[in-house]
Design a protein around this ligand. Structure first.
Ligand SMILES: [Zn+2]
Length: 224
């Protein structure tokens, strides 16, 4: 059984998740760590629970999600998994953080590619990669059908969705991902863990999130 631990990191209150199971192995997802204090919070949780990190997973390459990658890979010597379409945006981490007065080294560019349908394993558990371009071209979800959990990054939030007005965003792709993929493929009883804000469920989002409905996008002249 997978245990989900959520941390809020950096000024944008980005959600980092540690997923572990009974084997003691864990994956670290989106470590947007911006200070030594936040480094200590993550490290403490891992040591206090005797966890063994085996993989660093990225839902996408935006700076607020990857600014702690270097700390995680240096500390635990584990490989980073990211969709290749987001490698370029990840290279802007150091310069973008500089605009916020945060000094961090760029994440290592030595990464493993992930693609739609890939299975990522740790301990006795596995996560399916679902490609959901829109917020960025390389945005992905990490989904466990058995455990009914899904780490969604900035593709879907409780009641909302990630912005598409940044250079690497695309509204039509977002519509396809949300309406064509997520609303159709993720069952009602799945718990969603977004990249910002509180956790939610598919049932809740199908009832209240306008961006999962085709008519919302049609109003913006966007269809799929
Ligand atoms: Zn983002």
């Amino acid at each position: 059984m997978i245990t989900v631990k959520q941390f809020y990191f950096n000024e944008l209150r980005e959600c980092c998740y540690v997923l572990s199971d009974e084997s003691g192995e864990c994956v670290i997802i989106d470590p947007g760590i911006s200070s030594q204090k936040e480094q200590e919070r993550l490290a403490q949780y891992i040591s206090q629970n005797s966890l063994k990190p085996v993989k660093l997973l990225c839902t996408h390459g935006h700076f607020d999600h990857v600014m702690g990658n270097r700390f995680v890979t240096d500390t635990y010597s584990i490989p980073t998994y990211i969709h290749p379409a987001d490698k370029d945006v990840m290279k802007m981490t150091s310069s973008t953080c500089g605009l916020f007065g945060i000094k961090v080294e760029n994440p290592s560019s030595d990464t493993m590619d992930i693609a739609d349908g890939d299975i990522i394993t740790f301990g006795n558990s596995s996560l399916q990669v679902i490609s959901t371009p829109g917020h960025t071209w390389g945005s992905v979800l990490f989904y466990s059908k058995d455990e009914k959990i899904c780490i969604t990054g900035d593709t879907i939030f409780a009641g909302s969705c990630g912005r598409t007005d940044l250079p690497e965003g695309d509204s039509k792709a977002m519509c396809e991902s949300l309406v064509g993929k997520i609303a159709r493929q993720i069952p009602h009883d799945v718990k969603l863990y977004p990249g910002h804000g509180p956790e939610t469920t598919m049932l809740e989002e199908l009832a209240h999130n306008p961006y999962l409905r085709r008519d919302t996008w049609l109003r913006f002249d966007i269809d799929y």
